[in-house]
Write a protein that binds this ligand. Sequence first.
Ligand code: GLA
Length: 512
Amino acid sequence: MRRLVFCGFLFAMFAGAADLSGTWQNEQQGRGGQTFVTTCVFKLDGNKITGTYATPQRAYDIENGTVDGDGFTFQIADRFQTPARITEFKGALNGAEFELTTVRPAGARARGPQGPRTFKRVSADTVFHTPPELTRTHQPFPPFQPIAPNGFAKTPPMGWNSWNKFAGRVDDKSVREIADAMVASGMRDAGYVYVNIDDTWEGARDKDGNITSNEKFPDMKALADYVHSKGLKIGIYSSPGRKTCAGYEGSYGHEQQDANTWAAWGFDYLKYDWCSATAVYRPDEMRSAYQKMAVALRNTGRPFIYSLCQYGELNVGEWGAAAGGNLWRTTGDIGDNWRSMSSIGFDQQVGREVYAGPGHWNDPDMLEIGNGGMTTTEYRTHMSLWSMLAAPLLAGHDVRTMPDFTRDILLNKEVIAIDQDPAGVQGTRVRKDGAEGQTLEIWKKPLAKGVAVGLFNRSLENAPMTVQWSEVGVTSSSPKVRDLWAHRDITGAPTEYTVTVPAHGVVLLRVE
Ligand code: GLA
């Protein structure tokens, strides 16, 4: 009897294992409107799983895969991160389907797909056949040589970008209306001059390989002319890979041709987003792949601001400027919520200040101000923090319907002046105090004249905060102090200043 039970157990184990081997797929809808297919190819050896986990952008080897009855786990490693980022998955088999969940270590930020995904069996094939779009075909790059700065973006770029609000819904009409609204609202005159079209404008290539725009954008040159006629500049988006993040046509193999097309259309700014380039290049080739486009843009003879978007991987601050970039993203995508904004702005920029300066900036991602996911107090913190960081100020809301409380934040000229200060120094945290893991932060940003001082309260209670002028580098014995949100001068604060800072809020000062 015991032997029978044991045999039954072995059979069950074997049957479970046998069921899992093969090729499985999940389909998901992206924000740009495209369908993304993820493939799992599993090969079983006892309770050990090997094989491939492939997104539209990249194929990973399955590591440490084990199956136990209907449950299984495996890991993948992203070696574009230093140290490599390990993602662990947990699966539950149910007949011809399984549910796959990403296991996040306690406190880790959500990355990649959220919630369980259902994979369906598509074949019994246990071999991953690399599709053409994931094949490396490029010629090796010559050894990397830094290139000289292009001389642009002496202060952090300012403007608007379509992604945060519109994603795949951006079109010719909305871009024209945004341009109109940027003039009417005073945004242009406050310095927001770039109108940047993000992903989902791309069409197919024509028979000569020239990139075209899709039906949402009937005439890119006419659109650029329109935006220019308003005294604004216009930006475009692409990827060094075959496909963009939203699954549209990328610039791989057409770098110079695309740069020429954008220049002929009259574009002034490029955001170049890594995404599927992981399928084409190895990590040590990333900076050369970025430099290739920098050179292509320069070859056109048209001035372009060049924005690198590779989420801060491989310590981009070390080489972003040498690759020809004027700015580079430092993190994954911002979300319109306090947790995302405050984590990116307060925690994930620390230490990067050494890489920022006139012509080359850290980019903590576009603004969410006006999109509705945070309170006015929190959006004021967002604007203040980005200005202290000398971050690019790229608004991401619907400018056409901007209420006064949003306008008052984005058009606060005294705060913009902190961001745009000609010294181009990225501000830093001086200290953290307060309960619950230190929620009260004092920041300073040395200016061409004086110092900007931010008193930030990350807690859920209003809190009194005191700053000593000596700790933020103010040397004057009778400093001139101005509150940049209250728009008033503060008197009677010769050596220090104490103020109640609202929950999730800020008091931003200019001290000279
Ligand atoms: C990535 C970028 C975003 C946006 C989208 C477009 O996620 O980080 O800023 O450009 O791609 O697909």
